[in-house]
Design a protein around this ligand. Sequence first.
Ligand code: S2G
Ligand code: ZN
Length: 483
Amino acid sequence: METQTAVLEALSDIVGSAGCLANEADVEPFVTDYRGAYRGKAQVVVMPTTTAQVSQVVAWCHAHGIPMVPQGGNTSLMGGAVPDDSATAVVISLRKMTRVLAVDTINDTMTVQAGVTLSAARTAAENRKRLFPLRIGSEGTCQIGGNLSTNAGGTAVLRYGSMRDLVLGLEVVLPDGRILSSLKGLRKDNTGYDLKQLFVGAEGTLGIITGAVLKLMPQPRSTVTAFVAVPCPASAVKLLNEARMLSGEAVTAFELISAPALDLVLNHLGSVQSPLQGRYDWMVLIELTAGTEEEHLNNSMMELLERGLEHGWVVDGAVAASLADGQLFWRIREEISDAQRYAGGSIKCDISVPISRIAQFIEKASAEVQSLEPAMRMVVYGHIGDGNVHFNPLRPVDQDAREFLARWSKPVSDLVDDLAHAENGSISAEHGIGVAKRDSLEGYKAPVELDLMWQIKRALDPRNLMNPGKLLPLNHRAPPADQ
Ligand code: S2G
Ligand code: ZN
Protein backbone atom coordinates (compact mmCIF):
# COMPACT_ATOMS: atom_id res chain seq x y z
CA MET A 1 0.00 0.00 0.00
CA GLU A 2 1.41 3.40 -1.01
CA THR A 3 2.26 5.90 1.72
CA GLN A 4 0.04 8.95 2.02
CA THR A 5 2.96 11.08 0.80
CA ALA A 6 3.34 8.98 -2.33
CA VAL A 7 -0.41 9.15 -3.00
CA LEU A 8 -0.44 12.91 -2.47
CA GLU A 9 2.55 13.41 -4.78
CA ALA A 10 1.15 11.22 -7.55
CA LEU A 11 -2.32 12.80 -7.48
CA SER A 12 -0.91 16.33 -7.22
CA ASP A 13 1.06 15.61 -10.40
CA ILE A 14 -2.31 15.00 -12.10
CA VAL A 15 -4.58 17.72 -10.69
CA GLY A 16 -2.04 20.19 -9.26
CA SER A 17 -1.34 20.76 -5.56
CA ALA A 18 -4.41 23.03 -5.23
CA GLY A 19 -6.54 20.08 -6.27
CA CYS A 20 -5.46 17.84 -3.39
CA LEU A 21 -6.18 17.97 0.34
CA ALA A 22 -4.47 15.85 2.98
CA ASN A 23 -4.43 17.62 6.33
CA GLU A 24 -7.12 16.60 8.75
CA ALA A 25 -8.95 19.93 8.98
CA ASP A 26 -9.21 20.32 5.19
CA VAL A 27 -10.32 16.72 4.73
CA GLU A 28 -12.93 16.75 7.55
CA PRO A 29 -15.94 18.10 5.53
CA PHE A 30 -15.36 15.39 2.91
CA VAL A 31 -15.30 12.48 5.34
CA THR A 32 -18.37 13.44 7.40
CA ASP A 33 -21.86 13.11 5.95
CA TYR A 34 -24.56 15.81 5.77
CA ARG A 35 -26.18 14.73 9.06
CA GLY A 36 -22.96 13.92 10.92
CA ALA A 37 -24.20 10.34 11.23
CA TYR A 38 -21.28 8.81 9.29
CA ARG A 39 -17.65 9.79 9.75
CA GLY A 40 -14.65 8.14 8.02
CA LYS A 41 -11.00 8.74 7.12
CA ALA A 42 -9.28 9.44 3.79
CA GLN A 43 -5.65 9.44 2.71
CA VAL A 44 -6.27 12.29 0.28
CA VAL A 45 -9.19 14.27 -1.12
CA VAL A 46 -8.65 15.01 -4.81
CA MET A 47 -10.66 17.58 -6.79
CA PRO A 48 -10.18 17.14 -10.54
CA THR A 49 -11.48 19.76 -12.96
CA THR A 50 -11.75 17.64 -16.13
CA THR A 51 -12.84 14.16 -17.12
CA ALA A 52 -9.30 13.43 -18.32
CA GLN A 53 -7.98 14.21 -14.84
CA VAL A 54 -10.65 11.97 -13.24
CA SER A 55 -9.60 9.21 -15.62
CA GLN A 56 -5.91 9.60 -14.75
CA VAL A 57 -6.63 9.70 -10.99
CA VAL A 58 -8.79 6.59 -11.20
CA ALA A 59 -6.27 4.73 -13.37
CA TRP A 60 -3.51 5.52 -10.86
CA CYS A 61 -5.61 4.43 -7.86
CA HIS A 62 -6.68 1.30 -9.73
CA ALA A 63 -3.06 0.43 -10.58
CA HIS A 64 -2.06 0.88 -6.93
CA GLY A 65 -5.08 -0.87 -5.41
CA ILE A 66 -6.36 2.25 -3.65
CA PRO A 67 -10.10 2.38 -2.83
CA MET A 68 -11.96 5.38 -4.25
CA VAL A 69 -15.03 7.22 -2.93
CA PRO A 70 -16.73 9.43 -5.54
CA GLN A 71 -18.42 12.47 -3.99
CA GLY A 72 -20.76 15.16 -5.25
CA GLY A 73 -22.45 17.55 -2.82
CA ASN A 74 -22.14 15.03 0.05
CA THR A 75 -25.86 15.34 0.85
CA SER A 76 -26.42 11.57 0.98
CA LEU A 77 -28.59 10.56 3.93
CA MET A 78 -27.46 6.94 3.85
CA GLY A 79 -23.70 7.32 4.28
CA GLY A 80 -23.11 6.59 0.60
CA ALA A 81 -20.62 9.36 -0.15
CA VAL A 82 -18.07 9.21 2.68
CA PRO A 83 -15.19 6.74 3.20
CA ASP A 84 -14.98 4.08 5.90
CA ASP A 85 -12.53 4.55 8.77
CA SER A 86 -9.73 2.39 7.30
CA ALA A 87 -7.92 5.60 6.16
CA THR A 88 -7.01 3.85 2.88
CA ALA A 89 -9.44 5.54 0.51
CA VAL A 90 -9.07 8.54 -1.75
CA VAL A 91 -12.15 10.75 -1.96
CA ILE A 92 -12.67 11.99 -5.51
CA SER A 93 -14.76 15.13 -5.26
CA LEU A 94 -16.48 16.47 -8.39
CA ARG A 95 -17.04 19.87 -6.80
CA LYS A 96 -14.67 21.63 -9.23
CA MET A 97 -16.38 20.24 -12.34
CA THR A 98 -19.07 22.91 -12.51
CA ARG A 99 -19.40 23.81 -16.19
CA VAL A 100 -22.70 23.90 -18.05
CA LEU A 101 -21.33 22.71 -21.39
CA ALA A 102 -24.34 23.29 -23.63
CA VAL A 103 -28.03 24.24 -23.59
CA ASP A 104 -29.88 23.24 -26.75
CA THR A 105 -33.40 24.69 -26.71
CA ILE A 106 -34.30 23.07 -30.02
CA ASN A 107 -33.34 19.58 -28.84
CA ASP A 108 -34.48 20.53 -25.32
CA THR A 109 -31.33 19.20 -23.68
CA MET A 110 -28.63 20.55 -21.39
CA THR A 111 -25.13 19.09 -21.12
CA VAL A 112 -23.40 19.58 -17.77
CA GLN A 113 -20.37 18.45 -15.85
CA ALA A 114 -21.24 16.28 -12.84
CA GLY A 115 -20.28 18.92 -10.27
CA VAL A 116 -22.93 21.40 -11.38
CA THR A 117 -25.30 21.90 -8.46
CA LEU A 118 -28.99 21.18 -9.03
CA SER A 119 -29.74 24.83 -8.33
CA ALA A 120 -27.22 25.98 -10.98
CA ALA A 121 -28.66 23.52 -13.49
CA ARG A 122 -32.20 24.76 -12.84
CA THR A 123 -31.02 28.37 -13.23
CA ALA A 124 -29.18 27.61 -16.48
CA ALA A 125 -32.40 26.13 -17.86
CA GLU A 126 -34.49 29.05 -16.58
CA ASN A 127 -32.16 31.54 -18.22
CA ARG A 128 -33.02 29.92 -21.54
CA LYS A 129 -36.76 29.81 -20.74
CA ARG A 130 -36.77 26.11 -20.02
CA LEU A 131 -37.34 23.98 -16.92
CA PHE A 132 -35.07 21.34 -15.49
CA PRO A 133 -37.76 19.82 -13.25
CA LEU A 134 -35.89 17.91 -10.52
CA ARG A 135 -36.83 19.67 -7.24
CA ILE A 136 -35.34 18.69 -3.84
CA GLY A 137 -34.67 20.72 -0.73
CA SER A 138 -30.86 20.32 -0.91
CA GLU A 139 -30.66 21.81 -4.42
CA GLY A 140 -28.13 24.46 -3.44
CA THR A 141 -25.60 21.82 -2.44
CA CYS A 142 -26.43 18.56 -4.19
CA GLN A 143 -24.83 18.04 -7.58
CA ILE A 144 -26.15 16.54 -10.82
CA GLY A 145 -23.63 13.67 -10.62
CA GLY A 146 -24.89 12.73 -7.16
CA ASN A 147 -28.53 13.22 -8.19
CA LEU A 148 -27.90 10.67 -10.96
CA SER A 149 -25.90 8.30 -8.74
CA THR A 150 -28.80 8.12 -6.29
CA ASN A 151 -31.58 8.42 -8.90
CA ALA A 152 -32.89 11.38 -6.91
CA GLY A 153 -36.65 11.93 -6.83
CA GLY A 154 -38.02 14.92 -4.89
CA THR A 155 -41.32 16.74 -5.15
CA ALA A 156 -41.98 16.77 -8.91
CA VAL A 157 -41.56 13.07 -9.70
CA LEU A 158 -45.35 12.81 -9.99
CA ARG A 159 -45.19 14.97 -13.13
CA TYR A 160 -41.68 14.57 -14.52
CA GLY A 161 -40.22 11.36 -13.09
CA SER A 162 -36.94 10.81 -11.25
CA MET A 163 -33.39 11.37 -12.54
CA ARG A 164 -33.59 8.04 -14.37
CA ASP A 165 -36.32 9.58 -16.51
CA LEU A 166 -34.53 12.90 -17.01
CA VAL A 167 -31.19 11.71 -18.41
CA LEU A 168 -30.40 11.09 -22.07
CA GLY A 169 -26.65 10.56 -21.99
CA LEU A 170 -23.81 9.99 -19.52
CA GLU A 171 -20.07 10.22 -19.34
CA VAL A 172 -18.58 7.85 -16.76
CA VAL A 173 -15.04 7.00 -15.68
CA LEU A 174 -14.96 3.25 -15.08
CA PRO A 175 -13.10 1.67 -12.13
CA ASP A 176 -10.02 1.04 -14.30
CA GLY A 177 -9.92 4.61 -15.60
CA ARG A 178 -11.48 4.03 -19.00
CA ILE A 179 -13.97 6.67 -20.10
CA LEU A 180 -17.45 5.59 -21.20
CA SER A 181 -18.84 8.58 -23.04
CA SER A 182 -22.29 8.71 -24.55
CA LEU A 183 -23.13 12.39 -24.15
CA LYS A 184 -25.72 12.19 -26.88
CA GLY A 185 -29.00 14.02 -26.64
CA LEU A 186 -30.98 11.29 -28.35
CA ARG A 187 -34.41 10.27 -27.15
CA LYS A 188 -34.19 7.18 -29.29
CA ASP A 189 -31.07 5.03 -29.51
CA ASN A 190 -31.75 1.32 -29.66
CA THR A 191 -28.19 0.01 -30.06
CA GLY A 192 -27.78 -2.61 -27.37
CA TYR A 193 -27.93 -2.47 -23.57
CA ASP A 194 -28.83 0.96 -22.18
CA LEU A 195 -25.47 1.19 -20.38
CA LYS A 196 -26.07 4.65 -18.89
CA GLN A 197 -28.93 3.31 -16.79
CA LEU A 198 -26.49 0.93 -15.04
CA PHE A 199 -24.86 3.94 -13.39
CA VAL A 200 -28.08 5.74 -12.42
CA GLY A 201 -28.79 4.71 -8.83
CA ALA A 202 -25.52 2.73 -8.56
CA GLU A 203 -24.33 5.12 -5.83
CA GLY A 204 -20.86 5.39 -7.34
CA THR A 205 -20.14 1.67 -6.99
CA LEU A 206 -19.73 1.01 -10.74
CA GLY A 207 -17.92 4.16 -11.85
CA ILE A 208 -17.77 7.95 -11.50
CA ILE A 209 -20.33 10.02 -13.43
CA THR A 210 -18.44 13.02 -14.84
CA GLY A 211 -20.99 14.46 -17.28
CA ALA A 212 -24.61 14.17 -18.35
CA VAL A 213 -27.08 15.21 -20.99
CA LEU A 214 -30.34 16.14 -19.28
CA LYS A 215 -33.85 16.63 -20.64
CA LEU A 216 -35.32 20.12 -20.55
CA MET A 217 -39.06 20.77 -20.26
CA PRO A 218 -41.22 23.72 -21.30
CA GLN A 219 -41.62 26.26 -18.51
CA PRO A 220 -45.16 26.14 -17.09
CA ARG A 221 -47.18 29.23 -18.07
CA SER A 222 -49.34 29.02 -14.95
CA THR A 223 -49.05 27.58 -11.47
CA VAL A 224 -51.65 27.22 -8.72
CA THR A 225 -50.63 26.07 -5.25
CA ALA A 226 -52.87 25.15 -2.32
CA PHE A 227 -52.27 24.12 1.29
CA VAL A 228 -55.25 22.11 2.49
CA ALA A 229 -56.27 20.20 5.63
CA VAL A 230 -57.57 16.65 5.22
CA PRO A 231 -59.07 14.36 7.91
CA CYS A 232 -56.62 11.51 7.30
CA PRO A 233 -54.19 10.01 4.76
CA ALA A 234 -57.04 8.00 3.19
CA SER A 235 -58.77 11.29 2.35
CA ALA A 236 -55.52 12.62 0.92
CA VAL A 237 -55.29 9.64 -1.40
CA LYS A 238 -58.91 10.11 -2.54
CA LEU A 239 -58.21 13.80 -3.16
CA LEU A 240 -55.11 12.88 -5.17
CA ASN A 241 -57.16 10.52 -7.27
CA GLU A 242 -59.79 13.22 -7.85
CA ALA A 243 -57.06 15.71 -8.78
CA ARG A 244 -55.64 13.31 -11.35
CA MET A 245 -59.13 12.67 -12.77
CA LEU A 246 -59.84 16.41 -12.98
CA SER A 247 -56.49 17.82 -14.05
CA GLY A 248 -54.48 14.87 -15.37
CA GLU A 249 -50.80 15.60 -15.68
CA ALA A 250 -51.27 19.18 -14.46
CA VAL A 251 -50.90 17.68 -10.97
CA THR A 252 -47.22 18.45 -10.46
CA ALA A 253 -46.85 17.95 -6.70
CA PHE A 254 -48.97 16.36 -3.97
CA GLU A 255 -47.16 16.40 -0.63
CA LEU A 256 -48.63 14.99 2.58
CA ILE A 257 -47.62 16.69 5.86
CA SER A 258 -48.50 15.44 9.37
CA ALA A 259 -49.17 17.83 12.25
CA PRO A 260 -45.92 16.91 14.07
CA ALA A 261 -44.02 17.65 10.85
CA LEU A 262 -45.68 21.05 10.55
CA ASP A 263 -45.12 21.79 14.26
CA LEU A 264 -41.42 20.96 13.86
CA VAL A 265 -40.97 23.25 10.87
CA LEU A 266 -42.88 26.18 12.37
CA ASN A 267 -40.84 25.82 15.55
CA HIS A 268 -37.61 25.59 13.50
CA LEU A 269 -38.43 28.57 11.29
CA GLY A 270 -39.66 30.67 14.21
CA SER A 271 -41.26 33.58 12.35
CA VAL A 272 -43.44 31.59 9.94
CA GLN A 273 -47.16 30.97 10.61
CA SER A 274 -49.23 28.05 9.37
CA PRO A 275 -51.16 28.93 6.18
CA LEU A 276 -54.27 27.61 7.97
CA GLN A 277 -56.07 29.13 10.96
CA GLY A 278 -56.99 25.87 12.64
CA ARG A 279 -54.83 22.99 13.77
CA TYR A 280 -55.25 19.78 11.79
CA ASP A 281 -53.74 16.30 11.98
CA TRP A 282 -53.01 16.08 8.25
CA MET A 283 -52.35 18.54 5.47
CA VAL A 284 -51.50 18.37 1.78
CA LEU A 285 -49.57 20.77 -0.42
CA ILE A 286 -51.02 20.58 -3.93
CA GLU A 287 -49.49 22.19 -7.01
CA LEU A 288 -51.03 22.30 -10.46
CA THR A 289 -49.05 23.66 -13.39
CA ALA A 290 -49.87 23.99 -17.08
CA GLY A 291 -48.77 25.56 -20.30
CA THR A 292 -52.15 27.30 -20.56
CA GLU A 293 -53.30 30.52 -18.93
CA GLU A 294 -53.90 30.92 -15.18
CA GLU A 295 -57.71 31.13 -15.37
CA HIS A 296 -58.21 27.54 -16.48
CA LEU A 297 -55.89 26.21 -13.81
CA ASN A 298 -57.50 28.29 -11.06
CA ASN A 299 -60.87 26.86 -12.00
CA SER A 300 -59.46 23.34 -11.81
CA MET A 301 -58.07 23.94 -8.31
CA MET A 302 -61.33 25.53 -7.09
CA GLU A 303 -63.35 22.65 -8.52
CA LEU A 304 -61.03 20.13 -6.86
CA LEU A 305 -61.38 21.79 -3.46
CA GLU A 306 -65.16 22.08 -3.82
CA ARG A 307 -65.40 18.38 -4.61
CA GLY A 308 -63.05 17.67 -1.71
CA LEU A 309 -65.28 19.64 0.68
CA GLU A 310 -68.42 17.93 -0.65
CA HIS A 311 -66.92 14.48 -0.05
CA GLY A 312 -65.39 15.41 3.29
CA TRP A 313 -61.86 14.80 1.95
CA VAL A 314 -60.99 18.46 2.60
CA VAL A 315 -61.83 20.30 5.84
CA ASP A 316 -59.98 23.57 5.28
CA GLY A 317 -57.66 25.10 2.74
CA ALA A 318 -55.72 28.10 1.48
CA VAL A 319 -55.01 28.77 -2.19
CA ALA A 320 -51.90 30.87 -2.86
CA ALA A 321 -53.07 34.35 -3.83
CA SER A 322 -49.57 35.41 -4.83
CA LEU A 323 -46.17 34.03 -5.76
CA ALA A 324 -45.07 34.81 -2.19
CA ASP A 325 -47.88 32.66 -0.78
CA GLY A 326 -46.86 29.74 -2.94
CA GLN A 327 -43.24 30.21 -1.95
CA LEU A 328 -44.26 30.17 1.73
CA PHE A 329 -46.16 26.91 1.28
CA TRP A 330 -43.10 25.36 -0.37
CA ARG A 331 -40.71 26.77 2.22
CA ILE A 332 -42.70 25.02 4.94
CA ARG A 333 -42.59 21.75 3.00
CA GLU A 334 -38.91 21.89 2.08
CA GLU A 335 -37.69 22.92 5.52
CA ILE A 336 -39.00 19.70 7.10
CA SER A 337 -35.73 17.97 6.29
CA ASP A 338 -33.49 20.58 7.93
CA ALA A 339 -35.88 20.92 10.87
CA GLN A 340 -35.38 17.21 11.60
CA ARG A 341 -31.61 17.57 11.36
CA TYR A 342 -31.75 20.55 13.72
CA ALA A 343 -33.92 18.68 16.23
CA GLY A 344 -31.79 15.54 16.12
CA GLY A 345 -33.12 12.09 16.90
CA SER A 346 -34.86 11.49 13.55
CA ILE A 347 -35.25 7.87 12.45
CA LYS A 348 -35.44 8.11 8.66
CA CYS A 349 -37.65 5.60 6.92
CA ASP A 350 -37.89 6.55 3.25
CA ILE A 351 -40.34 3.90 2.08
CA SER A 352 -42.72 3.42 -0.82
CA VAL A 353 -45.85 1.29 -1.12
CA PRO A 354 -48.57 1.13 -3.79
CA ILE A 355 -50.56 4.39 -3.53
CA SER A 356 -53.67 2.35 -2.73
CA ARG A 357 -51.91 1.01 0.40
CA ILE A 358 -50.50 4.27 1.76
CA ALA A 359 -53.26 5.00 4.25
CA GLN A 360 -53.24 1.49 5.69
CA PHE A 361 -49.44 1.56 5.91
CA ILE A 362 -49.36 4.89 7.77
CA GLU A 363 -52.09 3.78 10.17
CA LYS A 364 -50.45 0.43 10.96
CA ALA A 365 -46.90 1.77 11.15
CA SER A 366 -47.94 4.67 13.40
CA ALA A 367 -49.83 2.36 15.77
CA GLU A 368 -46.97 -0.15 16.00
CA VAL A 369 -44.24 2.48 16.42
CA GLN A 370 -46.19 4.32 19.10
CA SER A 371 -46.84 1.06 20.94
CA LEU A 372 -43.05 0.90 21.36
CA GLU A 373 -42.71 4.48 22.62
CA PRO A 374 -45.95 6.51 22.75
CA ALA A 375 -44.13 9.84 23.00
CA MET A 376 -42.35 9.45 19.67
CA ARG A 377 -43.38 12.31 17.38
CA MET A 378 -44.82 11.01 14.10
CA VAL A 379 -43.08 13.21 11.56
CA VAL A 380 -44.73 11.73 8.46
CA TYR A 381 -44.61 13.53 5.13
CA GLY A 382 -43.77 13.26 1.47
CA HIS A 383 -44.62 12.40 -2.04
CA ILE A 384 -47.76 10.30 -1.83
CA GLY A 385 -48.32 10.70 -5.55
CA ASP A 386 -45.31 8.41 -5.96
CA GLY A 387 -46.36 6.11 -3.12
CA ASN A 388 -43.33 7.51 -1.26
CA VAL A 389 -43.70 8.38 2.43
CA HIS A 390 -40.96 9.78 4.65
CA PHE A 391 -42.04 7.99 7.79
CA ASN A 392 -39.53 9.56 10.19
CA PRO A 393 -40.37 9.00 13.90
CA LEU A 394 -38.70 11.75 15.94
CA ARG A 395 -37.40 11.56 19.50
CA PRO A 396 -39.81 12.63 22.28
CA VAL A 397 -39.12 16.27 23.19
CA ASP A 398 -37.57 15.31 26.52
CA GLN A 399 -35.26 12.57 25.22
CA ASP A 400 -31.60 12.98 24.26
CA ALA A 401 -31.14 12.47 20.49
CA ARG A 402 -28.11 10.18 20.73
CA GLU A 403 -29.67 7.96 23.39
CA PHE A 404 -32.96 7.85 21.51
CA LEU A 405 -31.30 6.77 18.24
CA ALA A 406 -29.11 4.21 20.01
CA ARG A 407 -32.20 2.67 21.59
CA TRP A 408 -34.77 2.89 18.80
CA SER A 409 -33.17 3.41 15.38
CA LYS A 410 -32.80 -0.27 14.47
CA PRO A 411 -36.02 -1.69 15.97
CA VAL A 412 -38.11 1.10 14.47
CA SER A 413 -36.41 0.96 11.04
CA ASP A 414 -36.78 -2.83 10.96
CA LEU A 415 -40.44 -2.60 11.95
CA VAL A 416 -41.23 0.06 9.33
CA ASP A 417 -39.24 -1.71 6.60
CA ASP A 418 -41.02 -4.99 7.37
CA LEU A 419 -44.42 -3.28 7.12
CA ALA A 420 -43.50 -1.64 3.80
CA HIS A 421 -42.15 -4.93 2.47
CA ALA A 422 -45.36 -6.69 3.55
CA GLU A 423 -47.27 -4.20 1.39
CA ASN A 424 -45.07 -5.06 -1.62
CA GLY A 425 -43.24 -1.83 -0.99
CA SER A 426 -39.61 -0.70 -0.95
CA ILE A 427 -37.36 0.01 2.03
CA SER A 428 -35.77 2.90 0.13
CA ALA A 429 -37.89 4.91 -2.28
CA GLU A 430 -35.47 7.70 -3.17
CA HIS A 431 -32.54 8.01 -0.74
CA GLY A 432 -30.75 4.85 -1.81
CA ILE A 433 -28.93 2.25 0.29
CA GLY A 434 -25.41 3.57 1.06
CA VAL A 435 -24.16 2.03 4.29
CA ALA A 436 -27.35 2.65 6.29
CA LYS A 437 -29.49 0.06 4.51
CA ARG A 438 -26.71 -2.10 3.04
CA ASP A 439 -26.97 -5.09 5.32
CA SER A 440 -30.72 -5.02 5.84
CA LEU A 441 -31.13 -5.10 2.03
CA GLU A 442 -30.29 -8.82 2.27
CA GLY A 443 -33.69 -9.48 3.81
CA TYR A 444 -35.70 -7.58 1.23
CA LYS A 445 -34.23 -8.58 -2.15
CA ALA A 446 -34.46 -12.02 -3.73
CA PRO A 447 -31.15 -13.91 -3.79
CA VAL A 448 -31.19 -13.82 -7.58
CA GLU A 449 -31.40 -9.99 -7.47
CA LEU A 450 -28.42 -9.77 -5.13
CA ASP A 451 -26.54 -12.36 -7.23
CA LEU A 452 -27.04 -10.28 -10.36
CA MET A 453 -26.07 -7.03 -8.63
CA TRP A 454 -22.85 -8.62 -7.35
CA GLN A 455 -22.13 -10.14 -10.77
CA ILE A 456 -22.50 -6.70 -12.39
CA LYS A 457 -20.30 -5.19 -9.68
CA ARG A 458 -17.64 -7.87 -10.25
CA ALA A 459 -17.79 -7.41 -14.02
CA LEU A 460 -17.15 -3.66 -13.83
CA ASP A 461 -15.10 -3.44 -10.63
CA PRO A 462 -13.42 -6.83 -10.08
CA ARG A 463 -10.96 -5.30 -7.60
CA ASN A 464 -13.85 -3.74 -5.61
CA LEU A 465 -12.12 -0.37 -5.44
CA MET A 466 -15.03 1.86 -6.47
CA ASN A 467 -16.95 3.01 -3.40
CA PRO A 468 -16.43 -0.36 -1.66
CA GLY A 469 -18.77 -1.31 1.18
CA LYS A 470 -21.70 0.69 -0.16
CA LEU A 471 -25.07 -0.53 -1.39
CA LEU A 472 -24.27 -4.25 -1.79
CA PRO A 473 -24.77 -6.49 1.27
CA LEU A 474 -21.35 -7.77 2.30
CA ASN A 475 -22.65 -11.12 3.49
CA HIS A 476 -24.00 -11.99 0.07
CA ARG A 477 -21.59 -13.09 -2.61
CA ALA A 478 -22.68 -14.03 -6.13
CA PRO A 479 -21.83 -17.64 -7.00
CA PRO A 480 -18.55 -17.95 -8.95
CA ALA A 481 -19.00 -17.44 -12.69
CA ASP A 482 -18.52 -21.15 -13.46
CA GLN A 483 -21.51 -22.27 -11.35
C1 S2G B 1 -37.79 15.24 1.37
C2 S2G B 1 -35.51 14.94 2.26
C3 S2G B 1 -34.73 14.02 3.11
C4 S2G B 1 -35.33 13.78 4.49
O1 S2G B 1 -37.86 16.27 2.05
O2 S2G B 1 -38.56 14.96 0.44
O3 S2G B 1 -36.44 13.41 0.64
O4 S2G B 1 -34.94 14.50 5.40
C5 S2G B 1 -36.74 14.24 1.74
O5 S2G B 1 -36.16 12.90 4.64
ZN1 ZN C 1 -38.30 13.06 -0.42
